[in-house]
Write a protein that binds this ligand. Structure first.
Ligand code: CP
Ligand code: NVA
Length: 311
């Protein structure tokens, strides 16, 4: 049980429609506050964030550590030495870490372990990716879209993911449960996302979700955003299935010249995405990576019930 005013962030739709809007607006404000410099905004002064990684990371590690530091705190990065679920039960690690830190962040294999960590933690737990989902990434992606599109809103936009129906897709689906936009997952047959989650979007009555099998070219027509991810996620065996790379031809198949290209990174250039698309004016992948920090700063402030920047 968390104290009143504190929350875990394990799935995007742990937040209501209004709360996602609040977090996105808070991210924009905190980003502007940090950019302006001046008297410090230090909501996490003298606090610590414990981060546990059982999978590799560049962006997640650096964005949480750098972000928490910029907000006045100190982050500890813990790796395999913790032996979460192997050297020691997850529920024991949860209680030990929560007794000495104000916030926890974890990147784990099994989603059930993330849920257990949260269940036994008396401080907020933020999910930094599991085999099932990657909610922080998708909040950063929504922030990026809102910064780039002319009307400043993700609402009503068509976002087409090209690749297998993985953890990234699941968090896009979670977002569509609480934000009104159209999500399309263009995947190879046999790599569809969790059907229950696709169904949940329909039941939400908020966004829309469609799975298009073996037809990325048709799927991207009219897209505001094309999104790609690695072909084989961390911990997955290299799969032999044919996937469609995002290249100049696929980008042109949108029928528009202002479609954004996004990729959560790391990207294998020349495989899931061409060099030309990565470097094109339509690519916003590095803004997207930086926005991990700004989105997560907002998520941490929201979850901890910490002080917001002065208006
Ligand atoms: N996008 C993302 O989560 O990157 P890392 O795996 O490097 O943290
Ligand atoms: N689907 C990828 C995302 C990496 C950020 C993976 O799980 O490896």
């Amino acid at each position: 049980e968390l104290p009143a005013g504190q929350r875990h962030f394990l799935h995007v739709d742990d937040l209501s429609t209004a709360e996602v809007r609040e977090v996105l607006d808070l991210a924009k404000r905190i980003k502007a506050t940090l950019a302006a410099g001046g008297p410090g905004y230090r909501p996490f002064a003298d606090q610590t964030l414990a981060m546990v990684f059982t999978k590799p990371s560049c962006r997640t590690r650096v964005s949480f550590e750098s972000g928490f530091r910029r907000l006045g705190g100190h982050a500890l990065c813990l790796g395999e030495e913790v032996g979460i679920g192997t050297r020691e039960a997850t529920k024991d690690v949860a209680r030990v870490l929560a007794s000495m830190n104000e916030l926890l962040m974890a990147r784990l294999y099994a989603h059930a372990d993330m849920l257990e960590l949260a269940q036994f933690s008396k401080v907020p737990v933020v999910n930094g990716l599991t085999d099932y989902n990657h909610p922080c990434q998708i909040v950063a992606d929504a922030l990026t879209i809102e910064e780039v599109v002319p009307d400043g809103s993700i609402e009503g936009k068509k976002v087409v993911y090209v690749g297998d129906g993985n953890n990234i897709v699941h968090s896009w689906l979670e977002l569509a449960c609480v934000v009104p936009f159209d999500f399309v997952c263009a995947c190879p047959s046999g790599f569809e996302p969790d059907a229950e989650l696709v169904e949940r979007v329909a039941k939400s009555g908020v966004g829309s979700a469609r799975v298009v099998v073996d037809d990325p070219t048709g799927a991207v027509s009219g897209a505001d955003v094309i999104y790609a991810d690695v072909w084989a996620s961390m911990g997955q065996k290299e799969e032999a299935a044919t996937r469609e790379a995002v290249n100049e031809a696929l980008l042109a198949a949108t029928g528009r010249d202002d479609t954004l290209f996004l990729h959560c990174l790391p990207a294998e250039r020349g495989r899931e995405v061409s060099d030309g698309v990565m470097e094109s004016a339509q690519s916003h992948v590095f803004r997207q990576a930086e926005n991990r920090m700004h989105a997560q700063n907002a998520i941490m402030v929201f979850c901890a019930g910490a002080a917001r920047p002065a208006a």
